[in-house]
Design a protein around this ligand. Structure first.
Ligand code: FES
Ligand SMILES: [Fe+2]
Length: 461
């Protein structure tokens, strides 16, 4: 599905004549390491990927009341995400329309208006121009205030996550998510009050191209057995039979459904009713008191998947990582990891990883505290899972920066092909089996489709 109905134009061609088709070889299923290190390609990504896709920028719980705002990014553009007086969520380019000064200089807060620190122009929290100092003396009575409003992205919320999109012709968020939305509900839309962010999101600068992380998040179960072997050493995972999952894939989005909860709780739920299964394997982060709500919020097929092979980790194209799984807390008991990450690009060889910890809003304080501790313990660059990844991506970047290194390719040659378990719901492509390269390859195909379909949103305006 083309994202914005625009015609295919031309293959991106770099200054030395290399085309994207040379770098992403669809016949061989190989991707040149150069795609991680090329500044020209990177500039085009900012237009064709970050200028057109729905990009996650916040969680709605970060904007509890009118005037709440947080500062985030879409690509390299700083944006202010606000809750305006009417309760709407707005995503505004953090650039003053007078002379380009960023309006917000702090990461979050509450404000009745946004006032530029340079000459003092002021804007409403929905982006409309409000007033300028000495307005009459400077601009007379006929100032065109509408034309001076802040540039605004489309903003929509799904499963509590705030997404923004610059492309006015892109489909609505729910269509952009497609069949993956149904699975996101299982992870994040299970209760009346829903999830909320606890604490500040963690932020890290990592010396690697954003795609190095994104393509891994798209479904690389293979690396866990080697890179994350410490999990096996600690008794938290058993990869002796390899990495098995039911990968669900559509339009570049991918989720891994696994029977991890059964392993964590050591539960055999064969022959139990749906409700009995749910009570034996409560969704990570919920309490027994919430299970009636879970049963109300999700359909029977969703509950079936939730209790047998729930979606645990995955990626919404291009740069949102979603995670809901059991996790081991510091006191050795089982808690939950419920988390979203994004990587905002900061140049072709650098990214900012932003990571939010989520908890069920109605959970008791001690459950929330433990879940937050567990997710910090296990994820993020100090967590004992992701510290391995945070070391790996910059190391690959150094390979890609080398003149010889970037002539090599990344291989996606392990093919499973669609394997849909009997009775599995329709929609999306499903790969049931030993985790191979299919979901990650689909990620690259989506990337290539968007990079070769243009023009970029900003060119179209
Ligand atoms: S740049 Fe903002 S008021 Fe001048
Ligand atoms: Fe990893």
């Amino acid at each position: 599905m083309a994202i914005s109905g625009l015609e295919v134009t031309s293959e991106p061609t770099l200054r030395d004549g290399t085309t994207l088709g040379d770098l992403i070889n669809e016949d061989q299923r190989e991707v040149s390491l150069r795609v991680l290190a090329d500044p020209e390609l990177y500039r085009l990504e900012l237009e064709r990927i970050f200028g057109r896709c729905w990009i996650a920028v916040a969680h709605e719980s970060e904007l509890p009341e009118p005037g709440s705002f947080v500062v985030r990014s879409i690509g390299e553009d700083s944006v202010v995400v606000t809750r305006s007086e009417d309760g709407d969520i707005n995503v505004l380019l953090n650039v003053c329309t007078h002379r380009g000064m960023p309006l917000c200089r702090v990461g979050r807060g509450n404000a009745k208006r946004l006032r530029c620190p340079y000459h003092g122009w002021a804007f409403n929290t929905d982006g409309r121009f409000l007033a300028a100092p000495f307005e009459k003396q400077m601009y007379g009575p006929d100032m065109d205030k509408v034309a001076l409003s802040l540039k605004t992205a489309r903003a929509e919320v799904y499963a509590g996550i705030v997404f923004a999109c610059w492309d006015q012709s892109a489909p609505p968020l729910v269509d952009y998510l497609g069949d993956i939305a149904w699975y996101l509900d299982i992870m994040f839309s299970r209760t009346d009050a829903g999830l909320e962010v606890v604490g500040e999101p963690q932020r890290f600068i990592i010396g690697a191209n954003w795609k190095a992380a994104s393509e891994q998040w798209a479904g690389d179960g293979y690396h866990a057995m080697t890179l994350h072997h410490s999990l096996t050493d600690l008794g938290l995972a058993d990869y002796s039979k390899g990495s098995w999952a039911i990968n669900v894939s559509t339009m570049g989005h991918n989720l891994r459904c696994t029977d991890n909860p059964k392993k964590f709780w050591g539960a055999n739920t064969d022959g139990l009713s749906l409700e009995e299964k749910l009570r034996t394997l409560p969704p990570p982060g919920t309490t027994p008191e919430m299970l009636d709500e879970v049963m109300r919020h999700l359909s029977e097929p969703q509950l079936q998947i939730l209790t047998d092979t729930p979606p645990s980790v995955g990626q919404i194209f291009p740069n949102l990582f979603v995670w809901n799984s059991p996790g081991l807390s510091a006191d050795g008991t089982i808690s939950a990891i419920t988390r979203i990450h994004t990587m905002f690009p900061r140049g072709h060889d650098k990214m900012e990883l932003v990571s939010w910890a989520l908890v069920e809003r109605d959970a008791p304080e001690d459950v929330k505290r433990k879940a937050r501790q567990t997710s910090v313990l296990m994820t993020g660059i100090s967590g004992f899972i992701e510290q391995d990844d945070a070391e790996t991506w910059p190391a690959i970047q150094r390979s890609a920066n080398g003149t010889q290194g970037q002539k090599l390719t990344m291989k996606y040659i392990a093919v499973l092909g669609e394997q849909r378990p009997e009775g599995w719901p329709d929609g999306a492509t499903v790969y049931d089996g030993f985790s191979r390269d299919d979901p990650q390859w689909n990620w690259w195909l989506r990337y290539r489709e968007l990079m070769t379909t243009g023009p970029a949103a900003s060119e179209a305006w």
